[in-house]
Design a protein around this ligand. Structure first.
Ligand code: ZN
Length: 491
C-alpha cells in the first residue's frame, strides 16, 4: 500500500485514495469515529497533498479554482520519491538493535497524547475496550496524530516531545468539499520559504529515510516535507493476519493491529525547554498559531477544561498583542488571506486539551468566515469583542459578592459561585457566537454585532438571574447581587 496511490482513506463511500479525492468532483466525507482522528486525517492528507503538488502560490490558486486531472496528479508523482510513502515505512524509523523498543496497546495512540499511569490517560472515551483493534490503513492517521501532539513531559524519562510541542491547537481552512479543504490547507512552497526562513541547505528528506540523531534539532535546518512529518519516536506496528472490524474507521479488514512498539528520539526540538535554551528555534508549523514571548516562541494550546475557542478566535485570524506576548495566526491562515478571491470557507479550530499526563478534553469547532478574510476580519473580531466585553461585565456584576464589609463570606464559597457562572457563560457563548457567525457573509458588521450583543446579554442576564433566585433568602448575598446587576445593565 502506498499513501499517495492507494485506497487507504475511509469515507462514507468506502476507502478511497488521495488521488481520487483530489481529482474527482465527488464530495467525499471522511469516516472516522473520533473527531480528533478526523482532525489528524485532514492535516495528514493536506500535508500529503503538499508533497505531491509542491505548488507555488499561483499554482495553488489554479488548483483551487480549476481542480486537477488524474494525468496531472501522475505527472506530479513522477517528480517525487513515491516509495517514501509506502505503508511499511511511512513515518516509521527503525531504532538501534540494542534499543528496548517497548510494546503498548494501540489504544494509547488514540488519545493523541500517549500517557502513563494518569487516570485520564485514556480520557477521550469512556471505556478502553471501545478501541482495541484497528485496521492497517488506520495506523497512519494515529501515528501522525501521536507525532503531532506528543509532549514528553507527560510521562517523564520515557517521553519525547514532537516538533509542535504538546497539545497544540490547529486552525485549518474548511472548504465546501473535502477536496477544497485539502487544497486550502496545502502549503505554497514559495510563500512558506519566505515566511519560514529556512537555511538554503535545509534537509527535506523525511526522518524515516534520514533519521535525526541526538542533540538539538535546529528549526532552520528542517525542510518543509521533513517538518510536516517530523518524528519524535522510532515506531513499529505488528500487523496480524486476523480479520477485524476497525474500531477507528468501522471498516472490515483481513488484517488487524492491536499493539505498537516505540523508542524515543534523544534530541530536542525548539518546542521543548531544552531546545529553546539551546536556540533551536521554533519550526513554523503551518497549522498552529503561535505565541511570541521574550522567552521564546510557543505553540498556542488550549488552556484548561473550561477553555472555549471563541475567546481566542480574533487572535487566530488577525493576531493580538499584549505587553507580555503576541499571538500570531497560523501560517495557513496567513496564506489564505494572501490569496486573491479564494472561495468562501469556514475555519476549523481543533486540538486536545492536555494537562500533564492527561487528555482532559477536545476542541473541534467550526466557524463561518467571510469570503474576504483579508478585508472583512473586523466582522469577526467585533463579534468576539462583544463576547469578551459581556463576559467582563458578568464578572464585574458577580464581584460585588466578594465585599468583606457588605457580605463577609468566605472567599472560596463566593469564588465557587462565580467560577461556575463564568464557565457556564463561556461555554454557552461558544454556541451563540458560532451561530451568529453563520450569517457573516450575508449580514453587515453592525447587524452581526447587534445580534451577538443581544444574545450574549440575554445569556449573561439569564445566568445572573439564576444565581439571584437561588440566593434570594440570603440577604447579604442577595443585596450584593442587586448592586452588581448594574454592571450588566450599563450600555
Ligand atoms: Zn480502520
Amino acid at each position: 500500500m502506498n499513501l499517495l496511490n492507494d485506497d487507504f482513506i475511509s469515507t462514507t463511500d468506502g476507502k478511497v485514495s488521495l488521488k481520487t479525492i483530489l481529482t474527482s468532483d465527488q464530495n467525499y466525507q471522511l469516516q472516522y469515529y473520533f473527531d480528533e482522528v478526523q482532525l489528524a486525517m485532514l492535516q495528514l492528507l493536506s500535508s500529503l497533498t503538499t508533497v505531491v503538488l509542491q505548488p507555488t502560490k499561483k499554482e495553488l490558486k489554479g488548483y483551487l479554482n480549476q481542480g486537477l486531472s488524474i494525468d496531472h496528479y501522475d505527472q506530479c508523482l513522477a517528480k517525487i520519491e513515491v516509495s517514501w510513502f509506502d505503508a511499511d515505512c511511512f513515518m516509521q524509523s527503525k531504532p538501534l538493535e540494542s534499543a528496548k523498543f517497548p510494546e503498548a496497546p494501540i489504544t494509547k495512540l488514540l488519545s493523541g497524547v500517549e500517557c502513563g499511569t494518569s487516570p485520564y490517560a485514556i480520557g477521550l472515551f469512556s471505556e478502553m475496550d471501545k478501541a482495541e483493534v484497528i485496521c492497517p490503513d488506520c495506523i497512519h492517521g494515529l501515528n501522525y496524530n501521536l507525532h503531532m501532539n506528543i509532549k514528553g513531559e507527560c510521562f517523564g524519562p520515557t517521553g519525547a516531545t514532537g516538533i509542535r510541542g504538546g497539545g497544540a491547537i490547529s486552525t485549518l481552512i474548511a472548504g465546501q468539499s473535502l477536496k477544497q479543504t485539502l487544497l486550502s490547507n496545502t502549503i505554497a512552497i514559495d510563500f512558506f520559504q519566505d515566511k519560514a526562513q529556512l537555511n538554503d541547505n535545509a534537509d527535506n528528506s523525511p526522518m524515516w529515510i534520514t533519521p535525526q540523531g541526538s542533540g538539538v534539532y535546529q528549526a532552520q535546518k528542517i525542510g518543509l516535507i521533513r517538518g510536516l512529518f517530523a518524528l519524535a519516536y522510532h515506531i513499529d506496528f505488528s500487523i496480524q493476519d486476523e480479520p477485524c472490524v476497525c474500531d477507528v474507521c468501522g471498516c472490515e479488514s483481513a488484517q488487524s493491529v492491536t499493539t505498537f512498539n516505540r523508542e524515543k528520539y534523544t534530541g530536542h526540538y525548539g518546542s521543548t525547554k531544552n531546545g529553546r535554551d539551546a536556540q533551536a528555534g521554533w519550526w513554523l508549523h503551518p497549522y498552529t498559531p503561535i505565541t511570541v514571548k521574550e522567552e521564546g516562541i510557543f505553540a498556542v494550546c488550549a488552556r484548561d477544561q473550561h477553555w472555549q475557542s471563541w475567546q481566542e478566535l480574533s487572535s487566530y485570524i488577525v493576531g493580538k498583542s499584549t505587553d507580555k506576548a503576541t499571538v500570531e495566526p497560523a501560517y495557513i491562515v496567513k496564506q489564505y488571506q494572501e490569496m486573491k478571491n479564494p472561495p468562501q470557507t469556514n475555519l476549523l479550530v481543533g486540538g486536545n486539551i492536555a494537562d500533564q499526563g492527561s487528555v482532559i478534553g477536545r476542541v473541534y469547532d467550526l466557524y463561518s468566515m467571510p469570503s474576504s478574510l483579508s478585508r472583512q476580519t473586523t466582522k469577526i473580531t467585533q463579534v468576539i469583542d462583544v463576547g469578551l466585553n459581556q463576559k467582563e461585565r458578568l464578572s464585574k456584576a458577580l464581584n460585588k459578592m466578594f465585599s468583606k464589609k457588605d457580605v463577609g463570606y468566605d472567599k472560596n464559597f463566593v469564588g465557587g459561585i462565580k467560577e461556575n457562572a463564568m464557565q457556564r457563560f463561556t461555554s454557552n457563548a461558544q454556541q451563540i457566537i458560532q451561530g451568529v457567525l453563520l450569517d457573516v457573509e450575508c449580514k453587515e458588521a453592525i447587524e452581526l454585532r447587534e445580534s451577538a450583543a443581544q444574545a450574549l446579554a440575554y445569556e449573561a442576564k439569564r445566568i445572573f438571574s439564576g444565581i439571584q433566585d437561588k440566593y434570594q433568602h440570603d440577604l447579604p448575598l442577595f443585596k450584593s447581587l442587586v448592586k452588581g446587576e448594574l454592571a450588566l445593565r450599563k450600555k
